[in-house]
Design a protein around this ligand. Structure first.
Ligand SMILES: *Cc1c(COP(=O)(O)O)cnc(C)c1O
Length: 216
């Protein structure tokens, strides 16, 4: 099936309020342009170098998202090209981003809800602790837009659903405790090719889909 047909099918089942991010990592400029011609403008990359090459050669009205583990020495490059960094997993990284970026940048705090220990991110407790003890308004170049979460890779749909539910509850809790007067805290990024329907049912506002768009 073609990329545009894949997108059409996904769009058909996705509520219009849920934002679709096309995960274009490892895929070619031609593939991205096919999605672009189908109307897509949000794309995500996981490596600084690949983001830089694509962002400087592809249409300027693309919104780039960064979803990979970000090393601090790559932060300046990523800030230059990304509209949103979805994988912020430490206070030090927040400090670095705020210090090196030339323009304001949206970020999501990555929360670890999966069983797999390999996945990165803050634990829910760590996030509550961080926001209780840190005055994030001192980060004048960073806008905390919400959370990003990944579920365990498993066929157990109940497990996946429970993890997404945990992420949604944490999002609501943080919003009511720390971002009540901040309408910009509005994004819960969860759901990938194999689990995005469950994520949407559990309150995702943004899905990140790669293989279901770009691979057969
Ligand atoms: C690769 C990746 C995706 C997309 O995964 P697919 O299963 O190909 O849809 C989404 N989010 C993150 C953080 C990723 O690294």
């Amino acid at each position: 099936m073609s990329i545009s047909e894949n997108i059409r099918q996904i769009r058909q089942t996705l509520p219009t309020a849920v934002r679709l991010i096309c995960v274009s990592k490892y895929h070619t400029a031609e593939d991205i342009m096919e999605a672009y011609e189908a109307g897509e403008r949000d794309f995500a990359e996981s490596r600084a170098q690949e983001l830089e090459v694509k962002a400087t050669t592809l249409p300027q009205d693309i919104h780039w998202h960064f979803i990979g583990h970000l090393q601090r020495n790559k932060a300046k490059t990523v800030c230059r090209y990304a509209d949103m960094i979805q994988s912020v997993d430490s206070l030090r990284l927040m400090e670095t981003i705020n210090a090196v970026t030339d323009k304001p940048v949206d970020i999501l705090l990555e929360v670890h809800v999966a069983k797999e220990t390999s996945k990165t991110g803050f634990s829910p407790d760590e996030l509550v602790e961080l926001l209780s003890s840190t005055d994030v308004s001192r980060f004048d170049k960073i806008r905390i837009r919400g959370l990003m979460a990944m579920a365990t890779r498993t066929d157990d749909e109940q497990e996946i659903r429970q993890e997404f539910r945990t992420a949604r509850q944490l999002f609501d809790l943080l919003k009511s405790r720390f971002f009540t007067s901040d309408a910009g805290f509005d994004t819960l990024s969860m759901g990938m090719s194999d689990d995005y329907s469950v994520a949407v049912e559990e309150g995702s506002t943004m899905v990140r889909i790669g293989s279901r768009i770009f691979s057969e």
